[in-house]
Design a protein around this ligand. Structure first.
Ligand SMILES: [Fe+2]
Length: 282
């Protein structure tokens, strides 16, 4: 059966049907999947949870995996796989105000690196009975829908990204000295051009973007707030309801994502993740 690509929403995303991910992709299927990735920005493959080594083999069909910053989350045997456990073990782990959970902030993975990951693969291993969706917004379409004057307001601007910024409502996980050494402040364009398609997209991370360069602080805040509002409108958004074994791959160059952290205490929410090497945003 030829591979089928079925859109998941009007905003972004498609489900890929008819592929066996445990086998290397045939040339035709590979081309169809790569085209669909660039067109829809997020692909969903349904299946069963993979062993970390098999998950890494799937990732290599899309790019070059890279180990994530925090050593404590890396899988012991397959270093490029991180195990992400967002379970609330005890009632006191779940705050009243869920904005205190950093995963609820709209972000693009690893933007605090000079060379951020181009894509993320995330597979669910266990999911709660309710809540816990991962949501995505299409920052390419949000940018493209601006009028000329609005585009001129942001084109050419650059912004500083920090592992920790006071703009985020809560502090991130602490870093070891070597992790600190690897994460100095970096500067990226606020509108980046996709190296595979030539299309422009907002590149803003609510958890990491600290300020717009070369403008007054009040102007920086106004610009960042405006971008955040533009790109998270409902027409640009898709909410993914996880099933066990869903494997998503998404494009960090033109999407942001956030997690609905409202799910029952004591029910496990466990994923495995691989980041794919990217290139310096331009
Ligand atoms: Fe993320």
């Amino acid at each position: 059966m030829a591979v089928q690509i079925k859109p998941l929403s009007d905003a972004l995303g498609a489900e890929v049907i008819g592929l066996d991910l445990s086998q290397p992709l045939a040339a035709d299927d590979d081309a169809a999947v790569q085209d669909a990735f660039l067109e829809h920005h997020l692909l969903c493959f349904r299946g069963a949870p993979l062993r970390p080594a098999d998950f890494a083999n799937v990732a290599r069909q899309f790019g070059e995996p890279q180990a994530q910053l925090l050593r404590s989350q890396r899988d012991a045997e397959t270093q490029e796989v991180s195990i992400l456990d967002s379970t609330y073990a005890r009632p006191e782990d779940k705050p009243q105000d869920l904005r205190q959970m950093r995963l609820t902030g709209w972000h693009t993975d690893d933007s605090y690196f000079e060379v951020p990951a181009k894509a993320t693969l995330l597979q669910s291993i266990e999911i709660p009975d309710s809540g816990g969706q991962t949501s995505f917004c299409n920052t390419q379409r949000a940018y493209e829908d601006l009028d000329t004057a609005e585009k001129q307001r942001v084109d050419g601007l650059r912004a500083a990204h920090r592992y920790d910024t006071p703009r985020a409502p809560v502090r991130p996980k602490t870093r070891t000295q070597s992790e600190l050494d690897e994460t100095p402040e970096v500067v990226h364009p606020l509108v980046r051009t996709h190296e595979d398609t030539g299309r422009k997209a907002f590149y803003f991370n609510a958890n990491r973007t600290d300020r717009v360069m070369d403008v007054a602080p009040a102007d920086s805040e106004a610009i960042l707030e405006w971008i955040a509002g533009c790109m998270t409108q409902p027409c640009y958004r898709y909410d993914h309801e996880w099933r066990v074994g869903d494997l998503l791959i998404w494009d960090n160059r033109c999407l942001v994502h956030a997690v609905n952290m409202d799910f029952p205490v004591g029910q496990r929410r466990l994923h495995q993740r691989i980041l794919l090497q990217g290139s310096r945003p331009v």
